[in-house]
Design a protein around this ligand. Sequence first.
Ligand SMILES: [Zn+2]
Length: 124
Amino acid sequence: MSQTCPCGTGLDYNDCCGRFLDQGAYPQRADLLMRSRFTAYVRRNRTYLIKTWHPDTCPALTENDLNGTEWLTLEVITHHSGLKKATVEFKAWYQTPQGAQCHHERSLFKKVKNRWVYLNPIAE
Ligand SMILES: [Zn+2]
């Protein structure tokens, strides 16, 4: 079954975040990890979100946390990457009774055991 990936690349899901969520591949760049995490929110894939969260900051994510929000689209604005740290600025749109709202964040990612993981939002 073919469907466009929710993360905004325009690619087919199976050629995009599906490789990471369903096929066991791991994103080699923080911006790809960011996209795949957005897709995991859309698809309510709790296991993937925990797997890609830094263990020091990963919350006790419940099914309820994921069911509360209907995510719409993602826009990755900037991506800066070093060897061990990366930042990704993005806008993620979600549905509310008052219309679409935007979550704007600059996120910090770290490389742990050779894998990028999400650490936390960066305070402005
Ligand atoms: Zn994708």
